[in-house]
Write a new protein. Structure first.
Length: 135
């Protein structure tokens, strides 16, 4: 569940208004429409993940979809869950950095990011947390 003390939320550039949402936990999407072209994000994704086979390679990425339907991935470095093996819960963290820049349609909710987890073996995600830092 998303939470922040409102007095600590970052200000929108050139305004006293605060950024109130980047991650939308109703739609499970990152929206960029409260950000400006020069903004950047550091996104930390924490997982509790239980692989069912040894040495499972896992990567987390943000799939960005623009208002025109084009998509592109922004990936974090992969990690290997092991060597302790299957049936053990691991707590890896992944970092994704993202620059708004010339992202087409960033000012609308038609452009968004979705967090995806991929692995080369079967696994169960037991928990997920997300932290965004705006600069």
């Amino acid at each position: 569940k998303a939470s922040s003390l409102s007095q600590y939320l970052p200000k929108k550039h050139g305004s006293e208004d605060r950024v109130t949402r980047i991650w939308d936990d109703t739609n499970d999407k990152l929206y960029f429409n409260q950000l400006e072209r020069k903004d950047w994000l550091i996104i930390r994704v924490g997982l509790k993940i239980n692989p069912t086979v040894h040495n499972t390679r896992v990567v987390v990425r943000m799939l960005v979809t623009t208002k025109h339907g084009n998509s592109f991935p922004v990936e974090s470095p992969a990690t290997i869950l092991g060597p302790s093996g299957a049936g053990i819960t691991y707590d890896p963290e992944f970092i994704i950095t993202f620059y708004v820049g010339d992202l087409d349609g960033y000012e609308t909710t038609d452009t968004y990011g979705e967090i995806q987890v991929q692995g080369d073996g079967p696994f169960t995600i037991e928990d997920f947390d997300l932290l965004t830092i705006k600069g």
